[in-house]
Write a protein that binds this ligand. Structure first.
Ligand code: FER
Length: 284
């Protein structure tokens, strides 16, 4: 087995692709939903756009000012109240990754134009909870800081958003999702804090994902969840992580969706997951 800790970010996609031949799929590794239609991620000039802004907040746990991006939907008004999706990046990214590499705002704008999602605020914080949170050098060395991010998220990020934006500030109106390292964080912190998040998604979750027993020590406590999504690409060497989480959830009878995309550890998979996941949150 390759030692991912020695790999650069550039080598990561290669790892996912190179290991494709060694991936043994199991019968349950299937798509739960059809993929997004062509053009779902292409800007449409004639449609209303949401707004993305960068804000700075005081991180109590890290002890510095940190940045995050906040997307407010088309037609946003301070006189309304909105649910909030916290969307987390991967090991090679920062608070800008979902925007610069994933164009998440375009995917959401297009879903609004078709009336397919509820109006929501989307926050992309920086999940590398350390003073230097840039994605530089050997980013795998920063993996421990991703494990510390729950303190910042719960102690500073969410309080900032709830005090500066018109949010519906309860678990029924708060979602947590992310890709790879951010997927692991979403499962770890989301399932660990069912009083804070009722909608949770792990996309291609990385080896930072807790083992299933640690992730779900008490299945009863997860009955409050409204939606739990576990997905991965069928050509991603990390699929065993998501599959094992799915199997454990199924054994413990925790309702969830296990969705296997066609693709590797790459953006088309995560954009597709965003498209499918956001249509299923804040419903009812
Ligand atoms: C690893 C392989 C992949 C790992 C992290 C990743 C911490 C993360 C990948 C990503 O975020 O894209 O062994 O260990």
């Amino acid at each position: 087995m390759l030692k991912p800790l020695l790999l650069s970010v550039a080598a990561l996609a290669a790892l996912a692709t190179a290991s494709a031949q060694r991936i043994n799929l199991e019968p349950e590794d299937k798509a739960a939903f059809p993929p997004a239609p062509a053009g779902f991620d292409k800007p449409q000039d004639d449609k209303p756009k949401g707004k993305v802004e960068t804000v700075e907040y005081d991180s109590k746990s890290v002890g510095v000012k940190r940045k995050m991006l906040v997307y407010t939907p088309p037609g946003f008004s301070k006189d309304k109240k909105y649910p909030v999706l916290y969307l987390l990046h991967g090991i090679g990214g920062t608070e800008r990754e979902w925007l610069d590499s994933g164009q998440f705002n375009v995917v959401l704008d297009n879903l609004y134009a078709e009336g397919k999602i509820k109006p929501m605020i989307v926050v992309t914080p920086n999940g590398r909870a350390q003073a230097d949170d840039r994605a530089q050098g050997d980013v795998f060395k920063t993996a421990p800081a991703f494990g510390e991010f729950d303190k910042d998220l719960l102690g500073s990020v969410i309080p900032y958003i709830d005090s500066h934006y018109p949010t519906l500030a309860d678990a029924d109106h708060r979602a947590l999702a992310g890709l790879s390292m951010g997927g692991g964080q979403s499962l770890n912190f989301g399932l660990g804090n069912p009083d804070t998040f009722h909608w949770i998604g792990g996309f291609s979750s990385a080896p930072n994902t807790f083992s299933p027993v640690k992730l779900v020590p008490d299945a009863e406590k997860l009955k409050v969840l409204r939606f739990l999504w576990v997905s991965c690409g069928d050509q991603d060497g990390l699929i065993t992580i998501s599959r094992n989480v799915h199997k454990f959830l199924a054994e413990k009878k925790v309702p969830h969706v296990y969705h296997v995309d066609s693709g590797a550890h790459t953006w088309p998979v995560w954009k597709n997951d965003l498209y499918l996941f956001t249509q299923r949150i804040f419903t009812k």
